[in-house]
Write a protein that binds this ligand. Structure first.
Ligand code: SF4
Length: 230
């Protein structure tokens, strides 16, 4: 199986991170979005795999304050109440991310920073959720790609043990009282995950968001290569 990943070595330089696009997007009722590059997973249905796997071909490195200013400007131009880093995995360059969150809060304390993540880094590093808990402008959306460890490797290209890292991230976020909710890819949801989440806190289950896959042609092709669709 292909297990390609582009991690910090390629997309982080000191406290700078590589981005390929800044835009206004329609999600969450309208949100300013910075599209970063690089991810520690390799999901079969990842819509942004080209920029993820070939960061040398796109974008440039930005300082945290540059990213924050661009996001805040877009939010103000469109009267949005939120900003986010999307495209790939925002938690890869930890110091950069924390500085962007801080700068956004200083530029406009009323803007919400939506942190969309696969949670691996938050599960590996207990200090990460603790540091996030210091910012009142952050809400974490932790996305589970599947509901059991059994097909985790096939879907994400990563060892099945990483499934537990996502659950550990949930435990850390809950323990540190970070505002968060869990999203689950509906096609691969499983009662096992629901029960594990309920064991952390029943309230987490009540707030689950079910995510529906967009089967763009290039996504379908990659899923086909892994035997996930015919
Ligand atoms: S976690 Fe997100 S960005 Fe990373 S490979 Fe999976 S879908 Fe793509």
């Amino acid at each position: 199986m292909t297990t390609a990943a582009v991690t910090e070595d390629y997309v982080c330089q000191g406290n700078q991170r590589k981005y390929y696009r800044f835009r206004a997007d329609r999600f969450y009722g309208g949100i300013a979005t910075a599209d970063c590059m690089g991810c520690n997973m390799d999901c079969a249905f990842c819509w942004s795999y080209r920029t993820r796997l070939h960061p040398e071909q796109f974008g440039r490195f930005y300082k945290p304050i540059e990213v924050a200013r661009r996001l805040v400007n877009i939010a103000h131009e469109h009267d949005f109440r939120g900003v986010r880093i999307s495209g790939n995995e925002p938690t890869l360059c930890k110091q950069h991310l924390l500085e962007v969150i801080k700068a956004v809060g200083e530029l406009d304390p009323d803007l919400l920073f939506m942190l969309e993540t696969n949670g691996i880094k938050l599960g590996e590093d207990e200090t990460f959720p603790e540091e996030l808990s210091r910012y009142s402008n952050v809400h974490v959306r932790l996305s589970f790609k599947t509901g059991t460890a059994a097909n985790f490797e096939l879907i994400t290209g990563r060892p099945k043990e990483w499934f537990e890292l996502q659950l550990r991230a949930v435990e850390h976020l809950h323990a540190k009282r970070v505002s968060f909710h869990v999203a689950i890819v509906a096609d691969y949801a499983h009662e096992y995950l629901i029960e594990r989440l309920r064991a952390v806190s029943p309230g987490i289950v009540e707030r689950i968001e079910y995510e529906h896959l967009q089967l763009y042609p290039h996504v379908r092709q990659r899923m086909k290569e892994r035997g996930l669709v015919s």
